[in-house]
Design a protein around this ligand. Structure first.
Ligand code: NAD
Length: 382
């Protein structure tokens, strides 16, 4: 079976789906691995390193896409890439199926069996395949470094001959995978950290990382099935905002990571809250791609409002392509190996990992939420 690693073509994407170490492991298991020439270059993995790991370097993009049995990618394929896939072949990648359902429709039209890494169940059995988590961890770490670099202050407390420096106060909003990594990183740099999440269950995790959990008691359930956050009522939003305003006002750094899958990110830091922050403070908004948790965020830009710097980074995992690719490669290769039995893909849809991740099969979209997203957008393809 030919497994192909496509070169990412999205501007600014530096990650690659498999690194040479994982290639070597898969080759040992009898798989034939094709790597598009230069696919690992931006992540510092050379063609020679892939070749040494047993892969074949393919110069012609069309040959790679059209002759592979399974194509592995990081970013959502472009429409023209879906046309290159052979009928009956498979694709494993991030597909953003709720945000870009039209691409899923194109894959179904091509009769491609597509697996979306966003749809891996958040279960302990599937943890080693959970690319959303591994990449969110990278983003959470990097967000703190960006904040520390932009802050005109130290993070740690310092006792020096030139006086004592107070530690920076960091407030993390949204304590999922990225938020928890941000808390841990800010603590390692010596900041005093507070955190808030709509799901009260994260309180213990926040505390175990040495941060204080900001409690907001609401009269409604905030957790949906699968452990994700739910959208909350207007009254609950108002109550939450009053409490959060105080904590935002006192912070040197605010890192926001709050997301609700398939929805626009909730606004947690309003313009009025930004106006109450001290000049020189910094907000890093990890939800910038989904519209932002801060009302002043401009995706992909740094903006300054009343001396407050608001950073809206896009695709942070790509800014650390070596380890982001290493972790992604572990996730995607674990899923690939899970799908292969006796040298070919065998799909048992009774298995929850396969059932939820496989988004197109036999010319059909298998996921109702993706079909609904297509209808909402009024997208007609093919
Ligand atoms: P996410 O990226 O969807 O959201 C980030 C965080 O924002 C979440 O913690 C969410 O509760 C929070 N949030 C949403 N709306 C908010 C609001 N209005 N105010 C404050 N916070 C808000 O989440 P994620 O990091 O992908 O994790 C989602 C869930 O999946 C968590 O319960 C996590 O523990 C769980 N998870 C489980 C596994 C596993 O069991 N293998 C792996 C990863 C994540």
């Amino acid at each position: 079976m030919k497994i192909a690693i496509a070169k990412e073509i999205e501007v600014g994407e530096r990650r690659v789906a498999l690194i040479p170490d994982t290639v070597a492991r898969l080759v040992k298991q009898g798989l034939e691995i094709w790597v598009e020439a230069g696919a690992g270059e931006a992540a510092f993995f050379t063609n020679e390193a892939y070749e040494a790991a047993g892969a074949k370097i393919i110069g012609d993009t069309n040959t790679l896409w059209s002759e592979a049995d399974v194509v592995l990618k990081v970013g959502v394929p472009k429409e023209h890439e879906t046309y290159q896939l052979r009928e009956g072949s498979s694709l494993i990648s991030f597909l953003n199926p709720l945000g870009k359902p039209e691409i899923v429709q194109h894959l179904a039209n091509r009769k491609v069996t597509a697996f979306s890494l966003e749809l891996i169940p958040r279960s302990s059995r599937a943890q080693s395949m959970d690319a959303l988590s591994s990449q969110a961890g990278v983003a959470g770490y990097k967000a703190v470094l960006i904040a520390a670099a932009a802050l005109p202050k130290f993070f740690p407390m310092l006792t020096t001959a030139a006086g004592t420096i107070k530690p920076a106060k960091v407030f993390v909003m949204g304590a999922g995978v990225a938020g928890l990594q941000a808390i841990a990183t800010a603590r390692r740099l010596g900041a005093v950290v507070e955190a808030f999440d709509i799901r009260p269950a994260v309180k213990e995790e926040v505390q175990s990382l040495g941060a204080k959990f900001v409690e907001v008691k609401l009269d409604e359930d905030t957790v949906a099935t699968g452990g994700y956050a739910k959208e909350i009522s207007e009254a609950s939003k108002q109550r939450t905002q009053e409490i959060l305003t105080e904590h935002v006002k006192n912070a040197d750094v605010v890192i926001t990571t709050a997301q609700v899958p398939g929805k626009k990110a909730p606004v947690l830091v309003t313009e009025e809250m930004v106006q109450q922050m001290k000049p020189g403070t910094v907000i890093v908004d990890l939800a910038a791609e989904q519209g932002g948790n801060c009302a002043c965020t401009e995706p992909g830009k740094d903006v300054v409002r009343n001396g407050v710097t608001i950073v809206g980074p896009l695709n942070l995992p790509s800014s650390m392509p070596v380890h982001a690719s290493q972790m992604y490669a572990k996730n995607i290769s674990t899923l690939l190996q899970y799908l292969i039995k006796d040298g070919e893909l065998q799909l048992n849809f009774e298995d929850d990992i396969i059932d939820s991740t496989c988004v197109t099969y036999g010319g059909e979209i298998r996921n109702q939420r993706v079909k609904d997203a297509l209808t909402v957008e009024g997208v007609k393809v093919g």
